[in-house]
Design a protein around this ligand. Structure first.
Ligand code: ATP
Ligand code: MG
Length: 220
C-alpha cells in the first residue's frame, strides 16, 4: 500500500549539502506494523515527514494506495494527508488553546466526518481519558497528552499512522500503557503503522523492524 521509490533527499545548510538518502526504496503492505530504528540524525523523522507529504523529496516518488505524490497537485496534498494519514508526533503537537476533546475532533472536522464529537469522546474514553475531555494540554500530564495525540491520529480512520517516538519521553510504565492502547486501536481498525523508535521493546511489537543506516533501510 505504501511504496517508496528511488527517493532522494538532501538539505541545503549554508553552502553545504546534507545528503540524507540517495536512493531509498521501501514498501509496506496494508495493515503491516513496521518499526524504524536508527541513530540520531540518520533521517527517521525526515522519512515520516516525506511520507506525510509535509516535505518534498529532491527526486523519486512515494505512492500510497497507488496514488503518486509526484503527480499530485500542491493544493491536493493537504487534503490527501488529512484524509489518509494520522501523525503522532514525539512532542505531541496539541493545539494549546483547544481542550482534549477539541484537539481530538480537529482531523475529523477537517475531513468533514459526521458525529465527530461522539467519536472523539469514544476514543478519549478508550485511551482512559473520559474524565479529561475539557482539559487544555497545559492541564494534562505527558502521558495524557500523548494519549490525546493518539486519539487524534485515529479519529478519521486513516490508512496509515506515522508515529515518531510516541513513547520517547514517557516513563516506562506509562510508555507501555500508551503503546498498548495504540496497538489495540490500530489492530481493531486494520491500520498500517510506521513507528520510529529507539526502544527495542517497542520495535518488538511490530511485525518487521528496519534500521536506517547510511540512507538505506536494512531489515533487522
Ligand atoms: N530543515 C533542515 N535543514 C537542514 N538540515 C536538516 C533539516 N532537518 C533535518 N536536518 C538534518 O537531517 C538529518 C536527519 O534529521 P532527522 O530529524 O530526520 O533525524 P532523526 O533520525 O529523526 O534523528 P533523531 O533520532 O535525533 O530524532 C540531521 O542531521 C539533521 O540535522
Ligand atoms: Mg527524529
Amino acid at each position: 500500500m505504501l511504496q517508496i521509490k528511488a527517493l532522494k533527499k538532501s538539505y541545503i545548510q549554508g553552502a553545504q549539502e546534507v545528503k540524507i538518502y540517495d536512493n531509498l526504496n521501501f514498501h509496506v503492505k496494508k495493515a503491516q506494523r513496521v518499526a524504524i530504528m536508527g541513530k540520531s540524525g540518520s533521517g527517521k523523522s525526515t522519512l515520516l515527514s516525506l511520507i506525510s507529504g509535509i516535505i518534498k523529496p529532491n527526486d523519486g516518488d512515494i505512492l500510497l494506495d497507488n496514488v503518486s505524490y509526484k503527480d499530485m497537485k500542491e493544493e491536493n496534498i493537504n487534503d490527501f494527508r488529512a484524509t489518509n494519514i494520522g501523525f503522532v508526533f514525539q512532542n505531541f503537537h496539541l493545539v494549546s488553546y483547544l481542550n482534549a476533546l477539541e484537539n481530538v475532533m480537529l482531523p475529523a472536522k477537517v475531513c468533514g466526518i459526521k458525529n465527530a464529537k461522539e467519536k472523539a469522546i469514544e476514543l478519549l474514553e478508550s485511551v482512559g481519558l473520559g474524565h479529561r475531555v475539557d482539559h487544555l494540554p497545559s492541564q494534562l500530564s505527558g502521558g495524557e497528552k500523548q494519549r490525546v495525540a493518539i486519539a487524534r491520529a485515529l479519529i478519521h480512520n486513516p490508512k496509515v499512522i506515522l508515529a515518531d517516538e510516541p513513547s520517547g519521553n514517557l516513563d516506562e510504565e506509562t510508555g507501555i500503557a500508551v503503546m498498548d492502547k495504540l496497538f489495540e486501536l490500530i489492530k481493531k481498525n486494520n491500520t498500517t503503522l510506521i513507528l520510529v523508535t529507539h526502544s527495542k521493546d517497542v520495535a518488538a511489537r511490530c511485525k518487521e523492524t528496519y534500521e536506517l543506516i547510511a540512507g538505506n533501510l536494512k531489515k533487522c
